[in-house]
Design a protein around this ligand. Structure first.
Ligand SMILES: [Mg+2]
Length: 433
């Protein structure tokens, strides 16, 4: 058929430019998000002090000091002030701007809360700085919607909870997502659809590419190159001849190719689930039931992201809002809701006081196993049987929808987990002690 030959030709061409996988980034969907709070420090100051709103605000220090601008509000940017500019220069450009020293504990706290919002959607969050992170939301489709819907929900949540605006770029790779968020600032969302990377980048100045600073830009200009599209059209060998090894990378980036994955190495990682009850609960059995539900959900999410953790934390908030957290480290890594519940229920029961009422429960699992250690763990809690069971439940849920499979039993703490599951009204497994 005609079409076959044409398709094959297209595929060959694409493979030639994007490598064997035929993908420009870690995934074939635009599921890498770059989320960047707008004029972060300045926006926090304006949010906290209404008198600063609508005014040029410069964070970094007093105008006659030797420091540089840490952040400038969009009003200040209209005067040509930008971060890293000497404060004195900023003061010359806009003498009537509000100059503030900056309060890093406050920004740090807000940053943690915003990162927590990201973690509700994926455990794969790579913080670049206080106000900026990459997220990999691949696989979140069924639960949260498309990457673009997730980005929209994150933007809405940050606005609602923090009264701050955040811009998000969505693409198949980190470098394209980062450029997309830069271009849609402030308060924007920009998705670059798979396959559109090169066309998206082509008209941009070469300096938009990561790693291309003013000096490289100058050298490129000497070669007659101003736009990313020109870079992409060059022969790789020519770029390497002019720029050395960086030429290889630049050639890839100009074509929208960047296979780096979102890395959580060395970063705080946890998978958790919290629930605020519609009405405060004072009954231990009712609390344990909620705890089981939360534990199962955490286990399911760990498995969905192929993670296993060994620190289980229970968060308990009383009706009077006093909150306590209790944690315990397991001897092995687990992704099993039953194992998580076993520990969580002990922690919960120990803290429970009769006569007290509770408004919130949370379960978190942290300290994830390194990828290569996972195969070697001897499953102490997660017996072969419960692993098979979990895999079966996950499989059923993907066919019948989430929540279609439920544990039928409620287990008192430290009791052996004897699980029965049901789909709708019908029991599926029994006697799994
Ligand atoms: Mg920012």
């Amino acid at each position: 058929m005609n079409g076959t030959a044409a398709d094959r030709a297209t595929n060959v061409a694409r493979d030639d430019s994007t490598g064997a996988a035929g993908m420009s980034g870690p995934h074939a969907t635009a599921s890498i998000l770059h989320a960047d709070l707008d004029a972060f420090y300045a926006s926090v100051e304006q949010r906290n002090n209404p008198a600063l709103r609508g005014k040029p605000v410069v964070v970094g220090g007093v105008p006659d000091s030797r420091g540089v601008v840490a952040a400038a509000s969009y009003e200040a940017r209209e005067y040509g002030i930008h971060s890293a500019m000497p404060l004195r220069q900023a003061a010359r450009r806009c003498p009537h701007a509000e100059f503030l020293p900056g309060r890093h504990e406050v920004y740090g706290q807000v940053s943690r809360e915003v990162m927590d919002v990201f973690h509700r959607f994926t455990p794969l969050v790579e913080a670049i700085s206080l106000d900026e992170a990459f997220l990999d939301v691949f696989g979140g489709e069924r639960r949260f919607g498309s990457p673009e819907e997730i980005a929209r929900e994150i933007r809405r949540t940050v606005k609602a909870e923090q009264n701050l605006t955040i811009s998000i770029g969505a693409a198949t790779s980190k470098s394209v997502a980062k450029i997309a968020s830069d271009l849609c600032k402030p308060n924007g969302l920009l998705t670059v659809d798979p396959g559109r990377e090169r066309a998206f980048l082509a008209p941009l100045p070469a300096g938009r590419i990561w790693g291309v600073g003013p000096r490289t830009e100058e050298r490129l200009r000497a070669l007659g190159i101003e736009r990313v599209g020109q870079l992409a059209a060059m022969h790789r060998a020519d770029l390497v001849r002019h720029l050395g090894q960086f030429g290889h990378r630049l050639h890839d980036l100009a074509r929208g190719i960047d296979r780096r994955s979102v890395s959580t190495a060395g970063q705080r990682k946890s998978v958790g689930n919290e629930h605020t009850f519609g009405e405060d609960i004072g009954d231990l059995d009712a609390l344990l039931k909620q705890l089981l539900r939360l534990s199962d959900e955490v286990g399911r999410r760990l498995r969905a992201h192929e993670l296993q953790g060994r620190v289980v934390t229970v968060k308990i908030r009383r009706a009077d809002f006093t909150t306590l957290t209790r944690r315990r480290t397991l001897p092995v890594y687990t992704d099993d809701g039953g194992a998580i519940y076993n520990v969580a229920s002990v922690l919960m029961s120990t803290e429970f006081q009769a006569g007290e009422r509770y408004r919130l429960l949370g379960v978190h699992v942290a300290d994830f196993a390194p990828e290569d250690a996972r195969q070697m763990e001897m499953p102490l809690f997660g017996t072969d049987r419960s692993e098979r069971l979990n895999a079966a439940v996950d499989g059923l849920e993907s066919r019948f929808g989430r929540g279609s499979v439920r544990r039928a039993g409620l287990f008192r703490p430290v009791a052996r987990v004897a699980s029965a599951f049901s789909i709708g009204a019908g029991k599926v497994w029994e006697e799994l002690a």
